[in-house]
Structures are given as structure tokens and as C-alpha cells.
Ligand binder design. Structure first.
Ligand SMILES: Nc1ncnc2c1ncn2[C@@H]1O[C@H](COP(=O)(O)OP(=O)(O)OP(=O)(O)O)[C@@H](O)[C@H]1O
Ligand SMILES: [Mg+2]
Length: 259
């Protein structure tokens, strides 16, 4: 197997701007297949924008995004839909459908592609709910009936419902208590270890980042400033990376909050 085929996601020179606001300007990122990457960086640095570019939800203004060697910025609509079937997504705001019960939300894609009957979909949703630590009684509730942390877990159950090869998670453990956050991390880690899933997760939770992810990439000032294995963080002597991981107020990353 060539070295190239070991890379699941490769972003090269990605540029994204909204009118004259340049958010990403030359982002380079590589994620090996079957690895887990924590994408970190200060608020509003463009982490969610980068994930939305990967998903084809935002059109890139320059550069390329290859998933398994295919440049997704140049795919036809139909090929992009095919690609999306291989990717499970958890959005930062969960993006659940308010008018659908939880089980339909979880199996939404499987149902719309007629991969499962409604009865089988409900059984599958109950299984997935158990994986994210919730009982079958949740299946018939609606998003508005759930707490924020429960909604997040339903979003994760939906992301993994189709056994994706790539998982893209925008802040999967935000708002969860530490025990639940740990359980969710373990679930993602098991998918990575056992099913060779490639996981890319934005996270603001720096506690134990070295145990929770194999790789880390720091986005700041429109570029990836550092990427590598989490085991290499301490030896990097990279001031901005250390500041972010340690949560220090002082350092190259300026916080725009007045005391
Ligand atoms: N659709 C859009 N139109 C205009 N500007 C946008 C759009 N989406 C994002 N932005 C801008 O891009 C910048 C980066 O936003 P993004 O949501 O990627 O931040 P983030 O790094 O995910 O932050 P957080 O950690 O707070 O979630 C922000 O200044 C935001 O206002
Ligand atoms: Mg975000």
C-alpha cells in the first residue's frame, strides 16, 4: 500500500473567506487512516469553518481537500453525496430535527435511503442510544424534551448510526459531565481502534488530551500552526501549542477579554 493511501484526509493550502474576512489562509492538515485527531484553537479561529469545508458545506476559495485520495472540492453533487455516506457528523449545535422523535433523528439517513424498515430503524436507534448511555424510553421523545447533554449524545448516536469510515465531531463532549465525557471518548476511541475509523474532533477540553487523541492540530491565525502526535506535545516546545493545551492566559495567542 502506498504511503498516500494511508492518509484518510489531506487538506492542502485551503483558503476560505467570507467577503473580505479571511478565515483560513493556507491550511495544511493530514489525518492518517484509523487515527483520531483533536483540532484545537481559540474561539472563532475557524475550526467549525474548516470542518464545514471538509464536508462540502462551505465552498473552498482555494486549495484542495482529499478524502481517500479524491479531491472533494471537485466532486459532482452525486459523487459528493456518495462520499457523505461514508462520513458521520456531529455538529456543534447538534442540528437535530425538532419535529421528529429521537429514534427517527438517529436513523434519519438510513430511513431516507431506505436501508432499514421503520421497525428495524427503531431497534437500531435503541441500540445506539444504549451505546451513548441512554435508555429505550428516550427513543419516542422529541429533541425539546432532552437536556443539552442528552441532545449531544443523540447527535453522536446519529453520527455513528451508518457505521461511518470517517467521523467528524464538533465538540462532542462539550457540556457533558466528566464521567460521561470519558465514556463518550472511550466509545469514539473503540470505533477508531476496532473499526479503523478516522476521527476528527474539535475540542475545547484540554484535560487528558494526550490520552484521548492520538494526534493534535492547532489552528490559529488562519493556519495550522502545529500538528503531530499527542505524545510529542511536550517535546514540541511550541509556545502557542503549550499555551492552548495548558490554558494559559499569557502567550502568543492573545485573548480579547478585558479584565
Ligand atoms: N457563514 C458565515 N458567514 C460569515 N462568517 C462566518 C460564517 N461562518 C463562520 N464565520 C466566521 O468565521 C470565523 C470562524 O468561525 P468558526 O465558527 O469556524 O469558529 P470556531 O473556531 O469554530 O469557534 P468556537 O470554538 O467558538 O466554536 C468567525 O469569525 C465567524 O464569524
Ligand atoms: Mg465552532
Amino acid at each position: 500500500m502506498s504511503a498516500d493511501r494511508e492518509i484518510s484526509v489531506r487538506v492542502t493550502g485551503l483558503v476560505k473567506r467570507f467577503h473580505d474576512h479571511v478565515v483560513l489562509d493556507g491550511v495544511d492538515l493530514e489525518v492518517p487512516r484509523g487515527s483520531s485527531l483533536a483540532l484545537i484553537g481559540p474561539s472563532a479561529c475557524g475550526k467549525t469553518v474548516l470542518l464545514k469545508c471538509l464536508l462540502g458545506l462551505y465552498h473552498a476559495d482555494g486549495g484542495s481537500i482529499e478524502i481517500d485520495g479524491q479531491d472533494v472540492t471537485r466532486l459532482s453533487r452525486a459523487d459528493q453525496d456518495e462520499m457523505m455516506k461514508r462520513i458521520g457528523v456531529l455538529f456543534q449545535q447538534n442540528a437535530l430535527f425538532d419535529s421528529m422523535p429521537i429514534w427517527e433523528n438517529i436513523c434519519f439517513r438510513l430511513l431516507s435511503e431506505k436501508q432499514l424498515t421503520r421497525r428495524a430503524a427503531k431497534d437500531r436507534a435503541v441500540e445506539l442510544l444504549a451505546q451513548v448511555g441512554m435508555g429505550p424510553e428516550v427513543a419516542d421523545l422529541f429533541p425539546a424534551d432532552l437536556s443539552g447533554g442528552m441532545q449531544k449524545r443523540v447527535g453522536l448516536a446519529r453520527a455513528i448510526a451508518g457505521n461511518p469510515e470517517i467521523l467528524i465531531l464538533d465538540d462532542p463532549t462539550a457540556g457533558l459531565d466528566p464521567i460521561l465525557a470519558h465514556a463518550i471518548d472511550r466509545l469514539v476511541d473503540n470505533l477508531v481502534a476496532q473499526n479503523q475509523v478516522t476521527a476528527i474532533a474539535i475540542t475545547g477540553e484540554m484535560n487528558n488530551i494526550r490520552d484521548r487523541y492520538r494526534r493534535v492540530a492547532l489552528l490559529h491565525d488562519q493556519k495550522i500552526q502545529w500538528q503531530g502526535r499527542t505524545t510529542e506535545i511536550d517535546d514540541s516546545h511550541h509556545a502557542a501549542l503549550m499555551q492552548m493545551v495548558e490554558g494559559e492566559a499569557e502567550g502568543p495567542i492573545q485573548m480579547l477579554v478585558e479584565a
